[in-house]
Design a protein around this ligand. Structure first.
Ligand SMILES: Nc1ncnc2c1ncn2[C@@H]1O[C@H](COP(=O)(O)OP(=O)(O)O)[C@@H](O)[C@H]1O
Ligand SMILES: Nc1ccn([C@H]2C[C@H](O)[C@@H](COP(=O)(O)OP(=O)(O)O)O2)c(=O)n1
Length: 362
C-alpha cells in the first residue's frame, strides 16, 4: 500500500484515542498557565518538542530509506551520529507504534486546543463529557492541597442575575473547578418534596441535607423553576445551611482554584475568598432573562408571573435570618443590567485579574 495512504489510515484509526488524550492535556496546559500566570503558548510549546522529534524519527524510519545513504549524504560526523540516534528513536517508535501515534497526535492536538482556549475546564478526567465540578472529590482537596493553596472566586447575587453564566465562563477561562451551590439546595428541596416532608420543618430538612448524595446533582431537571422555589424555601433553615458548609468549603479550597456561585459564598462560606463578585441586575431585566430562558426550553410562561416570582424570591433570600443574600463589604459589584454576556464576562475577568492574589494582577 502507498505509504502516505497507510499513514493517513493510521492517523484516522488513532484519532479518537488521541482526541480524548488531547482534551485532558489541553485542560492541564491551561490550568498550569493560569496557576503560573504565564501564557498558554509559553506552557504548550515546550511540550511539543518530544512529539515532534518522535514524529520526524518515525517518518524517517518508515520512509524506507537507507541509514547509510543518509549518513553518506550528510558528510559530517556529528550529523551522521545524530542521524543514527534519530534512526534508533524512529525504530523504537515504530515498534511501540500503538503508543507513539496516539501520544504524538494527542499532544499536538492538545496544544492546538489549548492555544485556541478549548477544554480549559477539562481536568484529570479524560472520559468525562458531562457536568464538571459537581462531584464529591472536594473532601480530598485539603489532603491533596497540603502546601498548595487554592484560589477561590466567590460569586453571589439574586436569581437570574447571570451568576452561573459568569461563573462557568470564569472557571473555563482560568481552568478552575466550578460549583453551582444553588444545586445543593435545589436537590434538598426536591428530595424533601418527593418524600412529602414539611419544607418548613427545619430539623427534618437538616436531616435530608446531611444525607444528601451529591450524585443527584447531575439531574438536569434540578435547574427548573419548581426546584428553584423549593430550594429557596429549604434554604432558610440554619440546619440545612450548616450541613452544606463543609462540603462547599472543601470544594472552594481545592488545589488548582475554584469558582462557587450562590447567595452566601463571599459572606459565610468563603469570607477569605481571593475574589468576591456580587452580580446583580434590575428585577425587570432578570425576569426578562428568565422568561426568555424558559420560553426557549418550550415552557409557556408569562413575564408578569416570572417578575412576581423573582421579586418574591429576592425577598425570601434577602429577608431570612440565616445567611441572607447580601454583598460582602469587600465584594466587587457587577451590575449586568446593561451588559450582554460577553461584556459581563470580560468585566468579571478584569475583577479577577485586578486581584492582588492573582499573578496577573497589579
Ligand atoms: N449579561 C447577560 N445578558 C443577557 N442574558 C444573560 C446575561 N447573563 C445571563 N443571561 C441569561 O440569563 C439567564 C439566567 O442566567 P444565569 O447565569 O442562570 O443566572 P443565575 O445563575 O444568576 O440564576 C440565562 O438564560 C442566561 O443565558
Ligand atoms: N448559596 C446558596 C445558593 C442558593 N440558595 C438558595 C436561594 C435560591 O433562591 C435557591 C436557588 O438558587 P439558584 O442559585 O440555583 O437559583 P437561581 O439560578 O439564581 O434562580 O437556593 C442559597 O440560599 N444559598
Amino acid at each position: 500500500m502507498n505509504g502516505w495512504l497507510a499513514g493517513l489510515l493510521a492517523v484516522l484509526f488513532f484519532s479518537p484515542l488521541a482526541f480524548i488524550y488531547a482534551r485532558a492535556f489541553a485542560g492541564r496546559l491551561q490550568a498550569r498557565a493560569a496557576a503560573g500566570g504565564r501564557s498558554v503558548a509559553a506552557v504548550a510549546v515546550p511540550k511539543l518538542v518530544w512529539p515532534l522529534v518522535l514524529a520526524a524519527a518515525l517518518a524517517l524510519r518508515l520512509s524506507g530509506s537507507d541509514l547509510a545513504e543518509w549518513q553518506a549524504a550528510t558528510g559530517s560526523g556529528t550529523l551522521a551520529a545524530t542521524l543514527s540516534l534519530v534512526w534508533f528513536l524512529g525504530s523504537i517508535a515504530a515498534i511501540l507504534f500503538f503508543v507513539t501515534i496516539p501520544f504524538v497526535l494527542g499532544r499536538i492536538l492538545g496544544a492546538a486546543f489549548a492555544l485556541m482556549g478549548k477544554f480549559a475546564g477539562q481536568r484529570d478526567d479524560p472520559l468525562s463529557f458531562g457536568a464538571r465540578g459537581f462531584t464529591t472529590d472536594a473532601g480530598t482537596a485539603d489532603r491533596e492541597g497540603l502546601g498548595r493553596m487554592g484560589f477561590t472566586v466567590a460569586i453571589d447575587g439574586p436569581a437570574a442575575a447571570g451568576k452561573g453564566t459568569i461563573a462557568k465562563r470564569l472557571a473555563d477561562h482560568y481552568g478552575f473547578a466550578y460549583l453551582d451551590t444553588g444545586l445543593l439546595y435545589r436537590a434538598i428541596g426536591r428530595v424533601a418534596a418527593e418524600r412529602g416532608l414539611d419544607l418548613d420543618d427545619g430539623e427534618a430538612m437538616g436531616a435530608v441535607a446531611r444525607a444528601l448524595d451529591p450524585a443527584v446533582l447531575d439531574d438536569g431537571s434540578l435547574r427548573g423553576r419548581e426546584a428553584g422555589e423549593l430550594a429557596s424555601r429549604v434554604a432558610v433553615h440554619p440546619a440545612v445551611r450548616s450541613a452544606l458548609t463543609e462540603f462547599q468549603r472543601g470544594f472552594a479550597r481545592r488545589p488548582g482554584g475554584a469558582v462557587l456561585d450562590g447567595r452566601d459564598i463571599g459572606t459565610v462560606i468563603c469570607p477569605e475568598a481571593e475574589v468576591k463578585i456580587f452580580v446583580t441586575a434590575s428585577a425587570e431585566v432578570r425576569a426578562r432573562r428568565r422568561t426568555a430562558e424558559l420560553v426557549a426550553k418550550g415552557r409557556s410562561v408569562d413575564y408578569a408571573t416570572i417578575l412576581q416570582e423573582v421579586r418574591a424570591r429576592d425577598e425570601r433570600d434577602s429577608g431570612r435570618a440565616a445567611a441572607p443574600l447580601k454583598a460582602a463589604p469587600d465584594a466587587a459589584l457587577l451590575d449586568t443590567s446593561e451588559l450582554d454576556i460577553e461584556d459581563a464576562f470580560r468585566a468579571a475577568c478584569r475583577i479577577v485579574d485586578a486581584s492582588p492574589h492573582h499573578r496577573n494582577g497589579p
